[in-house]
Ligand binder design. Structure first.
Ligand code: HEM
Length: 400
């Protein structure tokens, strides 16, 4: 039993979050462990990791909206604890006033008119990918669709040739802990190549501006380093997340064919289906904050300098918010206040783009297939940060 405010070593916290790879049995079914953790306390202490875990929806929201109490500047992932960066590695690692300045400068790149202009390109990329496997009835949709698709969109967003996507894939994989098998030395070499490439693009865009993100950032007065930093963030933040939300969403639809048929019959549910995929997949498992002062959260007394994991995946299954159907995949769920995109000032700046991408991929699948069926099991990656699916084969029945 956890006593409110007392530091309690709670073995469950170790089961749901480690600093790298999750144990196989947790990856395949984290939900019962998270449910048990929520039942113990809203905020529990992980003795081995040395951080708190906020597992309830309410506390994750509370900590997300108060940078004066819980800041991002001292790391947002548990392996960053104690690590000092010479400059913020991403906008996510900043607090006001720096964060407000960055966010204001980059927001124009995500304005509705920019997203609208991307729509035909997003549709064309999706159609080309679906066309590429149109003659086959069994397809690994992760490899052939959900991996390349968000990378092709990011190439459009950044204004670099679409055939660069495979390079971007490698760069993104090595930037997300637990996503690739490269050694630390190999990662450094690959990341060096990435930064050199991005700085080259920045230099080119300054000479030949267009209406892409790089050009907008260069015109906004950001330094070359800041632009490259932002590009790395877009690459990782807008790639693995979209990929794994789509992969998990397609798996969920294949496993719940009544939901697939319902969506085919009523396309007005596309929007709520995308939200449910975001809740269901919780592709970003957690981000972290650090207490700025001695404070209290969910009955736990948190000392200044201690770290708090905001467990989005747990919050997205919190029965006190999503009710008795929290563990059901329901494409018509309403309301659906999931925290898949975070909450507060750092709320995902690419949320509209991600929703657009998910809707395009879904609409195209619904147009083309009568039904989709999973062949074997989807293979999950073991990252403790991104809920990833590395392979998932589907049997596709064409629409008549
Ligand atoms: C399903 C897809 C996505 C998910 C689940 C997701 C999730 C998140 C979450 C949870 C945060 C909050 C970070 C925090 O509070 O510390 C965030 C922030 C962010 N996301 Fe996304 N994201 C997605 C797609 C995208 C896309 C497509 C882009 C851009 C191409 C993007 C760019 C960003 C950026 C730049 C931030 C930082 C915002 C800030 O610090 O103010 N994301 N995202």
């Amino acid at each position: 039993m956890n006593t409110p405010g007392r530091r309690v070593h709670e073995p469950l916290t170790e089961a749901v979050l480690t600093d790298g790879f999750l144990a196989g049995e947790i990856v395949d079914n984290p939900w019962q462990h998270l449910e048990a953790l929520r039942a113990v306390a809203a905020v529990s202490w992980n003795e081995v990791g040395g951080y708190w875990i906020a597992s309830h929806h309410r506390e994750v929201q509370q900590a997300s909206v108060d940078p004066a109490r819980f800041c991002s500047g001292q790391g947002i992932l548990t392996f960053e604890i104690g690590h000092q960066y010479p400059a913020p590695p991403t906008m996510m690692h900043t607090d006001p006033p720096d964060h407000t300045r960055y966010r204001t400068l980059v927001a124009p790149a995500f304005r509705p008119s920019a997203m609208k202009a991307l729509q035909p390109h997003i549709e064309a990329h999706a159609q080309r990918l679906y066309d590429s496997f149109a003659t086959r009835s069994v397809v690994d949709l992760v490899h052939e669709l959900t991996v390349p698709f968000p990378l092709l969109v990011i190439c459009e967003l950044l204004g670099v040739p679409a055939d660069e996507w495979e390079k971007f894939y490698l760069w993104s994989e090595v930037s997300v802990p637990g996503a690739s098998n490269h050694t630390a030395e190999e990662k450094l070499v690959i990341q060096g190549e990435m930064v050199r490439y991005l700085l080259g693009v920045v230099a080119h865009k300054k000479l030949h501006p267009s209406d892409d993100v790089f050009s907008i950032l260069a015109a906004a007065g950001l330094t070359d380093f800041e632009i490259a930093m932002f590009a790395v963030q877009l690459l990782t933040a807008g790639n693995e997340t979209v990929r794994n939300t789509m992969s998990a969403g397609l798996v969920a639809l294949a496993q719940n064919l009544d939901q697939w048929q319902r969506l085919r019959a009523d396309r007005s549910l596309i929007g709520s289906a995308a939200e449910e995929m975001l809740r269901w997949s919780s592709s970003v498992i957690y981000f972290m904050r650090t207490a700025v002062t001695d404070t209290e959260l969910g009955g736990a007394h948190i000392a200044a300098g201690e770290h708090v994991v905001l467990h989005y995946a747990s919050a997205n299954r919190d029965e006190s918010v999503f009710g008795p159907t929290a563990h059901q995949f329901d494409i018509a769920r309403s309301p659906n206040p999931h925290l898949g995109f975070g909450f507060g000032a750092h709320y995902c700046i690419g949320a509209a783009l991600a929703r657009q991408e998910i809707a395009v991929v879904l609409n195209e699948a619904l147009d083309r297939y009568e039904s989709i069926e999973l062949v074997g099991n989807a293979q999950r990656t073991r990252s403790s940060i991104i809920a990833g699916i590395s392979n998932a084969e589907f049997a596709l029945t064409p629409a008549s």
